[in-house]
Structure formats: C-alpha cells, structure tokens
Design a protein around this ligand. Structure first.
Ligand SMILES: *Cc1c(COP(=O)(O)O)cnc(C)c1O
Length: 384
C-alpha cells in the first residue's frame, strides 16, 4: 500500500464500530472485562491490551497503526508532545554515565534536554557535531550509546547521511534516533535507511491544522514495546483520544498538503531568489545528501534579508498573510525574525561571531494561494 491508501484504509476495521465511516473517539479511561480469564489474557500481553487509557486506547491505536505503516516501521507509540516522544526515545538508549553524539543544529529544547538536563542531572556526556560521519567516528567513545540526528535540522536545514551513519552505528552497537518532523513520512523514511527510531512532532504536519500538540516514535516492535512498558507508562505522557482523532482527521490530507507546501514553497523561493533585498535562502533542496535520501521538500525555510534588526521586525510586521508565530506545519503561513529572541540572549558582537545575520527571517508557506503569498512578501519587501 502507498501512503495515501495507507491513510485511507490501514489500521481500521469498521465492523468494530457498526460500519461508521469515521472511527469513534473512545473517550473512556478504563476498559471492563467480561470475566477473570479475560484479565489473565490482557495481562499476558499488556502492550497490545486495552486495560487503561494511559496505556492503549482504540482511537489512538488506529492512528499508531497508520503512522507506523507510513514510516515503514513495525510499531508506533503516540505521546503528549513532540518533546515527550523525543525525550522518551533518548531515555530509551541512554543510561547514567553514557556518552551521546548529537548534531549542533538540533531543535533547541532537544539540545537543552541533553546538555542541561541529562548532562547535569545524570552525568551524561554529550558531543555536538555538524553531522558528518567522519566527526561521528572521531567522537565515538567506548560508552557512546546514542547518535541523535535531525535531518533536515532546525534553523539551518542541515542534512546528515542517514544510511551511512545508521550502518556505522549498528556495527558499533550504538542506537540512532532521527527527528523527521521537517520532511514528514511523505518525503523521507529514515527507518528504511537503517535508523532505529524515528520521532515526530505531530503538532506540525501530521496534524496539520494547528489545533493539537502531540508527538510519536516509530520503530521495531521490540523497541516500541520497551518504550511502552518504560518511558511511556512511567512518564505517563499519553495523547488523549480526542487529539488522536483530530490527528486522524488531519492525516487524511497529509499527502496532498505536503504536495501543496512543496509547490507553493518552490514558487515563493523562485520569487525571493531573484529579489535584490534577499541575500541568501536557507533550504535543503540542493543538498546532495538530501537529494539522495529524500523524496520531496516541505514548507519551512529561512531567508537573509539585506537589512538590520529593525528592518527584520518591520518586515514581519508588514506581512498580512504570514502571521507572526512559532511552530509551523499547519494550514497557515507564518513568519518569525529570530533576532527578536536572540538579541535578548546575546550581545551584538556575539551574534556576529556566531554568524547570525540580523536580517534572518524564518518563513512557513501554508496552504493559502501561493500568488497571494508572493504578493504579500513583495509589498513587505517594498517597505523595508
Ligand atoms: C516543534 C518541534 C519539536 C517539538 O515538538 P512539540 O510537539 O512542540 O513538543 C521537535 N522537533 C522539531 C524539529 C520541531 O519543529
């Protein structure tokens, strides 16, 4: 089955709910048993049984079956947020005193979880690297238990050679996790390249409608079972049945939404690429590694405008169809000027030393008409 058909048909059996075309929201905390033997049966395979909604829930299971199939994994577990799926996947591989290798452009809270939280509290050692296999080989120690990747990565869209790194890690007995949020399962499937666990912030493309915060991990049945019995149960970070149902609804249009994000972004970038006030475009579509391992490119990118910090603020203030906001992956176009928060954290000389241009703008091309998005960018560029 191909992605669109998986989404429409896989993982549901309408006989279970009177032929209803849309699965119901099983909004119940617990499940009752017909007799004592039925409890015995449930407890002999807890990871698949319906006992209590902190563990499994039928609405959530339908979503998990579909996303597992989309990522070519054996199993999937949904979590209360992308960060919950990420921290659980990291905890799955890392024990006290271990060493982790992570890319330096990883999503900020993931970086902080590793260095600030695990590093300080549990003496986990971390090396941040750009992402090349040679650096990974050089940094590998006897106690390295995890290589954490995000390809394309947050902010700069850096890509890592997932197959080469997965082959190396497997050989050394090191776990691998990839955050696949930017590409979505439609444009990249890291498990097929040998990666152990794929994580997503489902708050972005999987949901696609900016009304849910959730996350998921996809892997082998063995790893998902261990994560279910461990991190998922102990941290109690379940998704609610209603949110799973909303993601199921959003997921139905995932392939056509991704096509639209891709084609609109290409049109917008064609326009921006020839604009004299645009100094640079950050987007991975010309990266040879990305071209080798990805089937398409999504809607989040950055541009460097020939302006200062005030110009960057004025630019986003002038946009009409790009709302100012964090997150992305929904129906609506978004804009953000990183200088606003960075200038609070770093003085101007440090910003310059870090290579951060004040005219850097992050844009997300939503589902509006691309011609309107281009006109909006044009009028805002005219004003700075
Ligand atoms: C948003 C995001 C996350 C975190 O997801 P939440 O659902 O907000 O917890 C993780 N990784 C990437 C790449 C993201 O963009």
């Amino acid at each position: 089955m191909r992605p669109s058909t998986i989404i429409a048909h896989h993982g549901e059996d309408r006989k279970d709910y009177h032929g209803a075309v849309v699965p119901p929201i099983f909004q119940n905390s617990l499940f009752t048993f017909e007799n004592a033997d039925a409890i015995d049966h449930a407890f002999s395979n807890v990871e698949d049984a319906y006992i209590y909604t902190r563990g499994n829930n039928p609405t959530v299971t339908i979503l998990e079956e579909k996303v597992a199939a989309l990522e070519h994994g054996e199993a999937c577990k949904f979590f209360s947020s992308g960060m919950s799926a990420i921290s659980s996947a990291i905890l799955h591989f890392v024990n006290a005193g271990d060493h982790v290798i992570c890319i330096d452009s990883v999503y900020g809270p993931t970086s902080n979880f590793l260095s600030e939280y695990l590093g300080k509290k549990f003496k986990i050692e971390i090396d941040f690297i750009k992402g090349g296999l040679d650096e990974i080989i050089e940094k590998t120690r006897h106690n390295t238990s995890l290589i954490y990747l995000e390809s394309p990565s947050s902010g700069i869209y850096a890509c890592q050679d997932l197959k080469a790194i997965a082959d190396y890690a497997r050989d050394k007995g090191i776990g691998t996790v990839v955050d696949n949020t930017w590409a979505s399962p439609i444009f990249q499937n890291p498990l097929k390249l040998g990666i152990d666990i794929v994580v997503h912030s489902a708050s972005k493309y999987l949901c696609g409608h900016s009304d849910v915060v959730a996350g998921c991990a996809v892997s082998s049945r063995k790893i998902i079972k261990e994560m279910f019995m461990g991190e998922h149960q102990f941290l109690g970070s379940k998704i609610s049945p209603f949110e799973a149902w909303l993601i199921l609804r959003g997921l139905r249009t995932l392939p056509i939404r991704m096509e639209r994000h891709q084609s609109s972004t290409r049109k917008v970038l064609d326009y921006l690429g020839s604009h004299p006030k645009v100094l640079e475009i950050l987007y991975p579509d010309k990266d040879p590694i990305a071209l080798k391992q990805m089937k398409g490119f999504s809607g989040l990118f950055s541009v460097v405008l020939d302006t200062d910090g005030q110009g960057a603020r004025d630019f986003i203030d002038c946009l009409n169809y790009f709302s100012i906001g964090f997150s992305w992956g929904g129906f609506e176009s978004l804009a953000y000027a990183p200088i606003i928060s960075l200038s609070k954290e770093l003085p101007p000389d440090k910003l310059k030393a870090a290579g951060i241009h004040p005219g850097l703008i992050r844009l997300f091309a939503g589902l509006e008409d691309p011609e309107d998005l281009i006109e909006d960018l044009k009028q805002a560029l005219d004003k700075i």
